[in-house]
Design a protein around this ligand. Structure first.
Ligand code: SAH
Length: 364
């Protein structure tokens, strides 16, 4: 097993069922994680700023078609307050995430970013969907440091199927990721594991793509069916994949996390909330012991939190920021790791050369 692991080898690992051999994979991932990013676990405070969404993604409970969901957009003051809470807890980063909400205007978000950058030492990460180049430039100029946009699956046909375009604006998330990099953001992406229609070969391609893209952060979580979505009700199904369907299991997520660590030794890889949702007892710990080095504690005010239902039964949905914070500190020290200081960006360590060639950006 090496960094130069080919797709065939990745595929074999994804199909591996022998517990002893898998133990070897966990060990290699853990050693690689320790050698390249150390024992620090970096905490990013997650603020779910809005659950309005213009999109109709077949997997996500925030989809516009889910008319039974009460919608909210946090007030600017509430967002800045949540960022101040991140400072109080010693986090280095705040992540402002939301549905693709065009009620979030360029100037409104610009002001919020400026306020957070002026009033706190935090790195600011945005995760607001496929916004225009003009917006991305304005927010970067206001001080936003990072942007998260998962490509969800590298299988172009499957992506188009589960993520319909908005009006006539066909979009290419890989092109947006390159554009974000060019604008000067640290860039995060990732995938869901076990999307209906996702084959082993396409998940192996996802991991190979992680190696090619110069990503600072790679988020990997299980697909969790939401009953108010076409993929959650089984209304959309993919008989053509036959026995090649990737299961949306905990084990598949660990394999994907471990292999991702091996192909991208210095990336920031979170143990995701979705992983914690399918194993509330110790999914996060196992993620951290099989390649991950980041946690994203939730700082969304309690009154909004249950409404940010991208999938059901989300972990920590009834806990305050305070409760999340002390729970995470305990979990991290119980596995012999420590909380990282500072913003914990990849640039704070060392840079890896940019590999991909620049391509046209798809936005008007
Ligand atoms: N609107 C933003 C943020 C979306 S929520 C965007 O599109 O980028 C962040 C991530 O949650 C998504 O990228 C997706 O990978 C994940 N997600 C959405 N629905 C999910 C589901 N049903 N199960 C698991 N993960 C899901």
């Amino acid at each position: 097993m090496s960094l130069a692991m080919g797709k065939k080898e990745i595929l074999n690992w994804l199909r591996e069922t022998d517990a002893e051999r898998l133990k070897n994979l966990w060990q290699r991932a853990d050693e690689t994680r320790r050698a390249h990013v150390g024992d620090a676990v970096h905490l990013r405070g997650l603020v779910e700023v809005s659950n309005f969404c213009a999109r109709q993604c077949m997997y996500c409970g925030l989809r516009a078609g889910n008319v039974n969901l009460a919608r909210y957009r946090m007030l600017a003051d509430e967002i800045v307050e949540a960022a101040q809470q991140a400072v109080k807890f010693g986090y280095g980063t705040v992540v402002l995430q939301g549905g693709e909400d065009y009620g979030i205007t360029t100037s409104w978000m610009t002001d919020i970013i400026r306020r957070i950058k002026n009033e706190t030492p935090l790195a600011v990460t945005l995760s607001l969907g496929e916004r225009t180049e003009k917006e991305l430039l304005a927010w970067r100029a206001a001080g936003a440091d990072r942007y998260l946009l998962r490509f969800e699956t590298s299988d172009r046909n499957l992506f188009e199927e589960i993520h319909p375009p908005l009006g006539n604006r066909a979009c290419d998330r890989l092109a947006i990721l390159r554009q974000l990099k060019k604008i000067g953001y640290e860039v995060g992406s990732g995938v869901m594991v076990g999307i209906p229609g996702q084959t082993y070969a396409s998940l192996a391609n996802d991991i190979a793509l992680f190696r090619e893209l110069d990503l600072d952060m790679i988020g990997i979580g299980p697909f969790i069916p939401h009953p108010a979505t076409p993929l959650g009700t089984g209304m959309r199904f993919f008989p053509s994949v036959n026995g090649e369907q990737v299961p949306n299991t905990e084990l598949m997520v660990y394999k994907t996390v471990a292999l991702t660590r091996l192909v991208r030794p210095d990336a920031n890889i979170p143990a995701t909330t979705a992983l914690a949702t399918i194993n509330k007892k110790n999914g996060r710990e196992l993620g951290l012991q099989r390649g991950a080095n980041v946690f994203m504690p939730n700082l969304t005010p309690l009154k909004y939190r249950r409404l940010y239902e991208i999938y059901p039964a989300k972990a920590c949905v009834a806990e305050t920021g305070d409760a999340c914070n002390s729970c995470l500190s305990m979990r991290i020290s119980a596995i012999g790791r420590h909380i990282g200081s500072g913003a914990g960006g990849r640039r704070d360590r060392k840079m890896t050369p940019v590999l991909p060639a620049e391509k046209e950006f798809c936005h008007a």
